[in-house]
Write a protein that binds this ligand. Structure first.
Ligand code: C2E
Ligand code: MG
Ligand code: MG
Ligand code: MG
Length: 273
């Protein structure tokens, strides 16, 4: 194949790349229209306290209802939105919609909203959060902001400052997908999270010994810092039992409840909150 890479080879490659760029540009335009035209929707996945087994929070997970392609999962457009800047409008829509929904839930149930590290670069970010809270009447203490370890790629004072101010508003800050990215114990010391979510990849390897050891270590670290631990991606009774034994504080996963539309989550909250 390398031999055929002359002029023509490069033209062939160019054409592929051009297609790819055009596809992404089209998808970007469609996404912009979808945000403006309310074609996005939120699903909500319950988080259960452990022990106790009540729904103590729900995580808002965005979906794009595409006219031709049906329901598109966030993995297929959040990255694009981060690249082309649409994440700011998308994130604002998500925050508003999530707070409005949660304002109708029982008081003790919190709402977890995923926020991309890129959103923190928006100088309006804090006022967007305040606007979503004020517009919905949701108490700030009921909003949990989930942020991944990528926040630490730039371990900037600005990021820490914004998270700190979010905390001052009264929201809690959750470290999402812990253990997969740029985790460093130093970061845990430099910023105080209200909760740590162990990534699904560790949970799914349970009861394999290596995974159990890592989870045990994360939990004991968190306990020593007084930070509650959530495990995501719990799919089996066996995983649940291990996490319970290890002292995990909260669980989320298909075993307990899938992400579901708002009407369905309201039903679950009637009996399980
Ligand atoms: P995440 O924040 O770690 O959310 C959990 C993901 O794991 C969700 O995928 C959820 O459906 C899935 N999940 C939950 N329990 C299980 C389980 O037991 N087994 C398996 N296999 N999967 C489980 P989803 O909804 O496709 O979201 C993927 C990611 O997209 C999220 O990961 C989050 O990083 C991002 N995302 C979702 N909504 C938003 C949003 O509104 N804003 C931003 N910035 N990112 C979002
Ligand atoms: Mg999350
Ligand atoms: Mg997660
Ligand atoms: Mg995850």
């Amino acid at each position: 194949r390398a031999k055929s890479l002359g002029r023509n080879g490069f033209q062939f490659f160019d054409a592929d790349l051009r297609d790819e760029i055009q596809t992404r540009a089209r998808l970007g335009n469609e996404l912009r229209a979808a945000i403006a035209g309310n074609a996005l929707t939120l699903h909500f996945q319950p988080l259960y306290s452990m022990p106790g087994n009540r729904i103590s929070a729900c995580e808002a997970l965005v979906r794009w209802h595409h006219p031709e392609r049906g329901m598109i999962p966030p993995d297929q457009f959040v990255g694009l939105a981060e690249e082309n800047g649409l994440i700011h409008d998308l994130g604002e829509w998500v925050l508003r919609a999530a707070c409005l929904e949660a304002a109708g839930w029982p008081e003790q149930v919190r709402i977890a909203v995923n926020v991309s590290p890129i959103q923190l670069r928006n100088p309006r970010f804090l006022s967007i959060v305040e606007g979503a809270l004020a517009g919905s009447g949701l108490a700030p203490a009921r909003l949990e902001v989930e942020i991944t370890e990528n926040i630490f790629v730039q371990n900037s004072a600005t990021n820490r400052d914004i998270l700190h101010r979010l905390g001052q508003i009264g929201c809690s800050i959750v470290l999402d997908d812990f253990g997969t990215g740029y985790s460093s114990l130093g970061y845990l010391r430099s910023f105080r999270f209200q909760k740590i979510k162990i990534d699904r990849s560790f949970v799914q390897e349970l009861p394999e010994r290596g995974a159990a050891g890592i989870i045990r270590a994360i939990i004991s670290l968190a306990q020593s810092m007084d930070i509650p631990i959530t495990a995501e991606g719990v799919e089996t009774q066996d995983q649940w039992a291990h996490l319970n034994e290890l002292g995990c504080n909260q669980v989320q996963g298909f075993l307990l409840g899938r992400p579901q539309p708002s009407e369905m989550i309201r039903q679950s909250l009637l009996t399980h909150a």
